[in-house]
Ligand binder design. Structure first.
Ligand code: ZN
Length: 139
């Protein structure tokens, strides 16, 4: 068994910006030479999430309203008061969605379904630089 780690950064445009990382993960897998195992994609921040979903204009459009339903930006939050911050809802949604997804790969291919992409979802209120780790474990 071997472990390969690939890191890169993504510049986001602010809240609900979404980036399809599937190609980058596939390139990391090809470069590793591994054939079978697990690929974990992890974002090193508390106000962003990695999700697996369909990266298409309708759902990209629908995401802000869904995030607002999960944690309304205008609600009163202790985090914002204590830290003179404006992104408590970003942290809370990030903790629900989570910072990583794991996808199996078989014969050198990610086992994603036809409509599944690995997506970085920005949850913070302003543009950020996001550090992404792709770790491949397999043989
Ligand atoms: Zn904060």
């Amino acid at each position: 068994m071997a472990v390969h780690t690939h890191q890169f950064a993504v510049e986001t445009r602010g809240e609900c910006d979404m980036h399809d990382l599937t190609h980058e993960v596939g390139e990391a897998l090809r470069a590793s030479g591994l054939r079978n195992g697990l690929a974990t994609v992890f974002v090193r921040h508390t106000t962003a999430a990695i999700i697996v979903g369909e990266y298409e204009p309708g759902l990209i459009h629908d995401m802000p309203a869904q995030i607002e339903r999960m944690a309304p930006a205008s609600a009163t939050y202790r985090h914002n008061a204590l830290n003179h911050d404006d992104n408590a809802h970003s942290h809370l949604v990030g903790s629900i969605m989570g910072p990583s997804e794991t996808t199996p790969f078989v014969d050198g291919s990610l086992m994603l379904g036809t409509w599944q992409q690995i997506i970085l979802l920005e949850l913070d209120t302003h543009p950020r630089r996001r550090e992404i780790v792709v770790q491949l474990i397999g043989e």
